[in-house]
Ligand binder design. Structure first.
Ligand SMILES: C[S@@+](CC[C@H](N)C(=O)[O-])C[C@H]1O[C@@H](n2cnc3c(N)ncnc32)[C@H](O)[C@@H]1O
Length: 187
């Protein structure tokens, strides 16, 4: 069951620097991202996580972001340009009937779905497409907002991902909340 897509003006709230106090991109993503990686980020919004990701992958890496709202992407483009990171970020506007990442098949080193899965109408297709883009054995980090997503609903999303070929990895107890690390199962 999908929730309502967050209105574009909420995107401005989500890039508030104070968010770092309870959701620090470097702490959340740092353990998984290395220089030179290709990272896929569906549901990027205005890029709260995208700019730190672009810094982590360095000049030889690439972040492919996809979003259904052009206004989110145009704000992200402006912010990336200002930060001198635009050449590391590929922005894709998609309809809500697919992620439009077939061309990335087996090329992605790491994927993130940050506060987006609950907004996606067809989660099985979403996870299938992300899985297809990932290299064998590579990982998808899913983080959902506790305020909008109950523990049961989160468990349903994780089960959906497992049904399409992800294996859920156990995370340290220190990582609280609605967080799952999903590994692309080797066929
Ligand atoms: C709550 S915002 C989170 C943005 C960002 N990840 C963050 O944490 O700041 C969710 C974003 O996902 C996008 N979105 C919703 N459904 C989507 C879908 N089916 N495919 C791609 N993006 C989607 C929305 O347009 C919005 O930008």
């Amino acid at each position: 069951m999908a929730g309502r897509v967050c209105p574009h003006w909420v995107g401005y709230l989500l890039i508030n620097p104070l968010r770092k106090l309870f959701e620090n991109p470097n702490k959340i993503l740092g353990p998984f991202v290395q220089e030179g990686m290709m990272v896929l980020e569906p549901g990027c919004g205005m890029g709260y996580f995208t700019l730190p990701l672009a810094r982590m992958v360095g000049p030889t890496g690439r972040i492919v972001v996809v979003d259904i709202q052009p206004k989110m992407l145009s704000a992200l483009r402006r912010r990336a340009q200002k930060a001198g990171l635009l050449d590391r970020i590929e922005l894709r506007h998609i309809r809500d009937d697919g992620l439009g990442v077939k061309d990335l098949s087996g090329k992605v080193d790491f994927a993130v779905a940050l506060h987006v899965v609950h907004e996606v109408p067809d989660q099985a297709s979403f996870f299938t497409e992300v899985r297809h883009a990932l290299k064998q054995g590579s990982k998808l980090l899913v983080v959902e907002p506790k305020g909008h997503v109950s523990q049961d609903r989160f468990a349903e999303s994780v089960a959906t991902a497992e049904n399409v070929g992800f294996v859920s990895e156990v995370l340290s107890k220190k990582v609280g909340g609605r967080v799952a690390l999903l590994v692309k199962k080797i066929n």
